[in-house]
Structure formats: structure tokens, C-alpha cells
Design a binder for this molecule. Structure first.
Ligand code: PEP
Length: 248
């Protein structure tokens, strides 16, 4: 059985006080075995770890560098994250691909380093609007899979979480329909089954990301291959993220 996951991505938002208030406001009461992950800015990792020490909220990093260590001023490494007790990291988010020039090659290196240090990558993929309009979204995302993660062994790939995030739906208020999400998630799972095997593919959680909110989470998460959400804007308010956690 693969995990149901509600993951929040705070991006570059919140000051220290509001970050602490938001974490304190999260409530996992009655959500069963749904996993809850919050990807916080790196300067709040310690704060988030401390304030979640008696809960099962998983604190994730939003990024780490693709080299082991060295003269990369301002960067943080997977080894640093591991030494702090961080267990998950976003990799390949479209905002990093777009604004930080992260290529498929860099993302592949990050995936490898992340796994090497025992962390779970939350691997993001998804197509831009013009690709969707040309109906090339499946090819586009398949290329991302091939160039980013399909070099992994069966054992390694079993340790990743995938987030399908159509770029046209991120932060725009436009959500993929439940059918569009299910179609792409099933396609991704079948690509994994073809490359590995169906038992492996059936164990990998595939999250949907792109303007998930309390009003649409239930409909999206009800789909067979949608195992939860990666949530940006709606994870910045405890009430809305608490509601999304309860949408399975
Ligand atoms: C995201 O940050 O990955 C995201 C999907 O953002 P939003 O929910 O705001 O669209």
C-alpha cells in the first residue's frame, strides 16, 4: 500500500514568527495514517524540526546543491541536511528549473546525492502551458522521468515520492481537472511499471500539485492514482492545510 501524503511547500514566504505560528496550528488529529510533510525555507529547518519533535509532521527542505560540498557560497548540501536529521527534500520544482536554471542533468545529480545521503526526494515534474496546448504533455513529462529518475535501481526508485505539477496550474488558481490529474498520474505510473515492474510502480506515491485548495482537494485525491498533493499557497494557512490533510 502506498502512502497518502499531504505536502506543503512554503516557498520563500513567512517571517520567523508566522512560520512558528503556522507549524503550531497544524493538527494531525484524526487524519489516520496520512503522511504530512512541510517543506520550509532552509533558515527555518531547525525551528520546524524543534517544533515538530513530538508530532509526526515531516520537515522537508526545499532544495540542496548538486555537488557534495565546496566553494558554493550561500548553498546548502544534502550532507548538511542529513546531519540535521532532515529526511525529505523537494527536487526539480518548476520554479527552480525556471528561475535557477536547473537542467535535467542537475536534477539527476541532486536525485542521486539525495538518495546517497538517505533522504527521500520529492521529485517534481510537469509541463508548461504551451506544451499542454500542443498535446505533448505526456512526451514532455516522460522525458523528465527518463532524464531525472529512470536511471535509478528498483530499490532506489522505491524510495522516492513524485509530484506531478503542471506548470500552468502552479500559483495561478487554475487547477487541472480531476480527470486531467488522474490521466497523467496513471500515465506516469504505467511508465514506471514499463521501466521497472508493476509492483514497484504501485508502491510509489504520486502527488498532484497546482492550486490545490480545500475546495478541490477531495475531488483530486479521490482518483485512484492521485496519492495526495503538493500544496503551495494553501499550505500557508493552518486552517486550509488542515482541511487538505482531511480530504482523503
Ligand atoms: C507548489 O508550490 O508546488 C504549488 C503547487 O503551488 P500552488 O499550490 O500555490 O499552486
Amino acid at each position: 500500500m502506498r502512502s497518502k501524503i499531504a505536502a506543503g511547500n512554503w516557498k520563500m514566504n513567512l517571517d520567523k514568527t508566522s512560520a512558528a505560528t503556522l507549524i503550531e496550528g497544524l493538527s494531525l488529529d484524526g487524519i489516520g495514517d496520512t503522511k504530512v510533510i512541510v517543506a520550509v525555507p532552509s533558515c527555518y529547518l531547525s525551528l520546524a524540526l524543534e517544533s515538530t519533535s513530538d508530532s509526526r509532521i515531516i520537515v522537508a527542505a526545499q532544495n540542496a546543491h548538486h555537488e557534495q560540498s565546496g566553494a558554493y557560497t550561500g548553498e546548502i548540501s544534502f550532507q548538511m541536511l542529513q546531519s540535521m536529521g532532515i529526511t525529505h527534500c523537494l527536487i526539480g520544482h518548476s520554479e527552480r528549473r525556471q528561475y535557477n536554471g536547473e537542467t535535467n542533468d542537475i536534477i539527476k545529480k541532486k536525485i542521486d546525492l539525495c538518495l546517497e545521503h538517505g533522504l527521500t526526494p520529492i521529485f517534481c515534474c510537469g509541463e508548461p502551458l504551451e506544451v499542454r496546448e500542443r498535446e505533448l504533455h505526456k512526451d514532455y513529462v516522460l522525458t523528465q522521468l527518463k532524464e531525472n529518475i529512470l536511471h535509478l535501481t528498483t530499490e532506489e526508485v522505491s524510495n522516492i515520492i513524485i509530484a506531478y505539477e503542471p506548470i500552468w496550474a502552479i500559483g495561478t488558481g487554475v487547477t487541472a481537472t480531476a480527470d486531467q490529474a488522474q490521466e497523467m498520474h496513471a500515465y506516469l505510473r504505467s511508465a514506471l511499471a514499463n521501466h521497472y515492474d508493476s509492483a514497484t510502480a504501485s508502491k510509489i506515491s504520486i502527488l498532484y500539485g497546482g492550486s490545490v485548495k480545500p475546495a478541490n482537494a477531495k475531488e483530486l485525491f479521490a482518483n485512484e492514482d492521485v496519492d495526495g498533493g503538493l500544496v503551495g499557497g494553501a499550505s500557508l494557512k493552518a486552517d486550509s492545510f488542515n482541511a487538505i490533510m482531511r480530504s482523503f
